[in-house]
Ligand binder design. Sequence first.
Ligand code: GLP
Length: 254
Amino acid sequence: MRVYKAKDYNDLSRKAANIISAQIIMKPDAVLGLATGESPIGTYKQLIEWYNKGDLDFSEIRTVNLDEYKGLAADNPQSYAYYMHTNLFDSVNIPAVNINIPNGLEDDSVKECMRYDNVIHQLGGIDLQLLGIGGNGHIGFNEPGNNFNKETHCVTLTDNTIDANARFFASRDEVPRYAYTMGIKNIMQAKSILLIASGEAKAQAMYDSFYGPITPNVPGSILQLHNNVTVVADEAALALILKEHEITSGGLIK
Ligand code: GLP
């Protein structure tokens, strides 16, 4: 694991975008696993800026998103499909057919999860998976206590996650109770993983994920077992880790 300490959110976004750019340049038809939430917004903005300068080409890139609320249509402004179009896809030259997101409107969970796993397998797996982290250590929508062995499945969101995501909705009551998410197994099968975290609200989850015991109670802790993880986080998110460890300029931990 490499950990890069960012000065602030802008620095974090630029560093994360640099890693994604490198993947796109090295493998123009790479499969990118993408995330939503507040954390990646700056990263996507930076990628768009480099695309506009002519430094990046998304014409062969394929994408699979981590998760989607069950019950929301793609054109609902709170859906992750809408978020992805607004924050990235509509501003770069990725072909619509190369974009994959769980279908929130599919009522049959078994059918939708099987379809999505097939999509990931048919693409040959994920080259680089971008992840944020929930304050309770969740990745994607894999909540604490969820089995590490699952592929795409439908989850019941915890109160903690509903509270955290209520800020994006008119009221807490409007936050969907269920979501489709890639499972830990899909995430762990990605060839490389880039996790980004910003702000002190993530400090405990970051410490527990990377320095605590590996347990389903902290879904992010499974990443300790992946052989190609890069973490980019700001000082606030790294605060508890930095109390005990030093991070070298090369991203190694002493
Ligand atoms: C949401 C998403 C996750 C995201 C996490 C953190 O619940 N399902 O994929 O990583 O919350 O979000 P944020 O970056 O807004 O803190």
